[in-house]
Ligand binder design. Structure first.
Ligand code: HEC
Ligand code: HEC
Length: 310
């Protein structure tokens, strides 16, 4: 104990003692004191130079006039200035022209990733592959309900889409439903028999899915002749679709399959152009534009590239 002196300077204590530990009156080291005062000085200088004291609606500005929001805005302006030449050309050119221009194409695809992530990935999944069973179409294949040309995709995005397959629960007997499930499965493998085709035609399926059962793009009716499923190739799921349809307001068990509209103004214009009419006459003034035309063009190009470009 004796040679383990905890108080070599014989410094007086403060009179405080806990469990044999005495509090001494040693001053803190000089470097420490200097650092303490310097840091106090720093705070003071910072207070004068930068925005600091909170007021009711605002704060003091500081001598430098710097602010975080200004710095952000400057950075943003710099990025926008770099992007402007590309954005302007994309706005002026048609989507088909952009597909032919390697540089613009790369820019459009690159700058759409965030747009896609913010607006589309929640339903269609990262990279156009939705989680299995989520009920959203895969965008990363070359199988399209409404058409895979870049202009058809623009139309899909602008207008939104809503498939209409009515519920058949009240229209078919159990045997007929069994027969049609059998047809859909056999036909997906190219093995449907004449009797199965007859049932398909008799029950009115051909009216929407086409005489060849390959689907009709104007209606968005699924292709029943391949093994790419809009919903599922499981017999029970096929049965569910036939019995309850999609988006059928009269059937509570119907599948909900609605693609939201992103730019109604553009949708009106596409429609008017198709009929050679003046879109101005069709605008009602309350068209919702959740994405700009340029954003839609870029996204359509991105989706088109995902699908391998049909
Ligand atoms: C709320 C969910 C939802 C969101 C968000 C959504 N979609 Fe869709 N989308 C759907 C559904 C459902 C369909 C299928 C509609 C149908 O079955 O008739 C669809 C269909 C499509 C189609 C047509 C596919 C085909 O085979 O023809 C494209 C292209 C598409 N979406 C792209 C997008 C893009 C790009 C975005 C982002 C701007 C987006 N979607 C946002 C639900 C969504
Ligand atoms: C009024 C038009 C219409 C009629 C009639 C119709 N369908 Fe459909 N069907 C559709 C549409 C549209 C879709 C795609 C729905 C979607 O993607 O939102 C569809 C989807 C399907 C699917 C899902 C395919 C997949 O890939 O998951 C099956 C199966 C199907 N129909 C079978 C039938 C059968 C069998 C009949 C005859 C009893 C029939 N449909 C009658 C319009 C119709």
């Amino acid at each position: 104990m004796a040679d383990n002196n905890k108080n070599p300077n014989e410094c007086p204590d403060t009179g405080h003692e806990w469990d044999g530990i005495r509090e001494l009156t040693n001053p803190p080291p000089r470097w420490w004191i200097i650092a303490l005062y310097l840091s106090g000085l720093m705070v003071f200088i910072y207070f004068i130079l930068y925005p600091s004291i909170p007021l009711v609606n605002d704060s003091t500005d500081g001598l430098l006039g710097w602010s975080q929001i200004d710095e952000y805005k400057e950075g943003l302006a710099e990025i926008e200035a770099k992007r402007a030449p590309y954005e302007n050309r994309i706005a002026e050119m048609s989507a088909e022209e952009i597909l032919q221009d390697d540089e613009l194409l790369r820019y459009a695809v690159g700058s759409s990733k965030v747009l896609y992530g913010d607006n589309c990935a929640a339903c269609h999944g990262v990279g156009g592959i939705p989680p299995e069973g989520a009920g959203y179409p895969i965008l990363a294949d070359d199988d399209w309900l409404y058409g895979g040309s870049v202009n058809k995709i623009i139309e899909t995005l602008a207008k939104g889409r809503q498939g209409m397959m009515p519920a058949h629960a009240d229209l078919l007997t159990t045997e007929e439903v069994d027969g049609l499930v059998g047809f859909v499965i056999s036909n997906s493998m190219g093995e449907a028999t004449d009797a199965q085709w007859k049932l398909y035609n008799e029950k009115g399926c051909a009216a929407c899915h086409g005489a060849d059962a390959k689907g009709v793009q104007q209606l968005g009716s699924a292709n029943l002749s391949d093994r790419i499923w809009r919903f599922s190739g499981e017999p029970d799921e096929i049965r569910h679709t036939i019995l309850h349809g999609v988006n059928d307001a009269n059937d509570p068990k119907t599948r909900v399959a609605v693609m939201p509209a992103w730019n109604e103004k553009l949708a009106v214009r596409i429609e008017a152009e198709e009929y050679g009419d003046d879109p101005e006459e069709y605008y009602e003034g309350d068209e919702i534009e959740r994405l700009t035309e340029t954003e839609i063009k870029k996204l359509a190009i991105y989706v088109h590239q995902l699908g391998g470009g049909e």
